[in-house]
Design a protein around this ligand. Structure first.
Ligand SMILES: *Cc1c(COP(=O)(O)O)cnc(C)c1O
Length: 359
């Protein structure tokens, strides 16, 4: 069986040495020493000023939305994982869907502008598969309309645009460190903001709104990362360059083998890819079905990321039509990519794909 992804399990002895530290200190959660160490190392590695580690990527979104007191409508992309929309619904906000660009697969800025009304409070784009959005256009639009910008950057660990980390754009960016993501802490996530006051507020929010045992603010919740998760993150971070290199290799084997046969996501000119996913776009839904079948017959499990288009799931009368997102959802699949996948297995997967579409 070859799954679409496998969590990277770091060196066991190193993980055990961190577990020993936890047993020695007795500190298992509540902003313990390993969470603080991981925060510092990530801030340094990513080149960001404020990073707050949390329990998962979904809570990172919830907490950010609350921290900015958003209300009414939020313009977002229909081509994403369910969490991008459910966090809005859960916070009593209405997602308003703007269609995507058919090449970059990110929210199309020119589709956003006509949807802005007096009820709009923010824009929530996703850097889909780690490919950065058109941040400059989106933020210019947000500024001139008094809107906040939250990037769901769940896929965009270690991505830079012209040398600047993509997480430094917008009011807030959120990461997911779920086991299936490029860098992981089993379950986990992070909130990144350039605004130190907001960062301090968020730090208190994720711990019941407390600050030095006083209630600093009323929107408290429990979104803390624990020490065992931070230990995993510290070990995975040590091996990150090897993880990325292995994935880069796999990604380029797919590209070389399939570039004449399928379409690929168009990547941002000035950005560094992180090889977090291996999406391919088939010409038609029928072709996509044939490829899925052929792979499944051989014990290979591609995933339909993202399917279905979220505008077909969550009611949103204020949205425009999203034909590009719906068509994309019908013809895209993500091929297996993970650090221990062998190159001969990758070549075999590419061969099955080509055969299935008869080329
Ligand atoms: C994984 C993911 C999330 C949710 O992150 P969790 O850590 O699983 O809660 C949110 N948005 C996108 C785009 C994701 O891929």
């Amino acid at each position: 069986m070859i799954p679409v992804t496998k969590p990277h399990l770091p060196d066991k002895d190193k993980y055990k040495s961190y577990i020993d530290r936890i047993y020695d200190s007795g500190f298992v959660t509540n902003n313990g020493p390993l969470v603080r160490e991981l925060e510092e190392r990530l801030a340094d590695f990513l080149g960001v000023e404020n990073i707050i580690l949390v329990a998962n990527g979904t809570l990172a979104l919830h907490t950010s939305i609350k921290a900015m007191s958003l209300a009414g409508q939020v313009i977002t992309t229909p081509f994403s994982f369910a969490a991008t929309s459910t966090c809005l619904k859960w916070e009593g906000l209405n997602p308003v869907y703007a269609d995507i660009n058919k090449s970059t697969l990110n929210i199309a800025p020119q589709e956003i502008e006509p949807l802005i009304t007096d009820h709009t409070s923010a824009i929530l784009p996703v850097h889909v598969f780690g490919n950065p959005c058109d941040t400059l256009t989106i933020e210019k639009m947000a500024r001139s309309n008094g809107l906040r910008v939250i990037y769901d950057a769940a896929h965009a660990f270690d991505v830079t645009i012209g040398g600047r980390n993509v997480l430094t754009y917008g009011d807030v960016s959120t990461l997911s460190f779920h086991a299936t993501k490029l860098f992981h802490t089993v379950e986990g996530g992070a909130i990144i903001t350039q605004d130190s006051e907001m960062a301090s507020n968020i730090r208190s929010m994720i711990n019941f709104g407390l600050n030095a045992d006083r209630i600093q603010q009323p929107n408290g919740t429990n979104a803390k990362m624990n020490e065992f998760e931070a230990a995993m993150g510290l070990c995975v971070l040590d091996e990150y360059q090897n993880i990325k290199e292995a994935r880069r290799n796999i990604w380029s084997v797919y590209r070389d083998a399939l570039s004449c046969h399928v379409d690929f996501q168009e990547l941002h000119d000035d950005a560094t890819p992180n090889y977090s996913y291996a999406p391919i776009l088939l010409k038609t839904p029928k072709e996509r079905e044939l490829v899925m079948q052929a792979l499944l017959e051989q014990g290979i499990q591609p995933r339909r990321y993202f399917h279905p288009s979220l505008n077909t799931v969550f009611e949103s009368p204020q949205s425009s039509e999203c034909p590009i997102s719906e068509q994309t959802a019908d013809r895209i699949i993500c091929l297996p990519i993970y650090s221990t996948l062998r190159v001969d297995e990758v070549r075999n997967i590419a061969r099955i794909v080509k055969q299935a579409i008869g080329r």
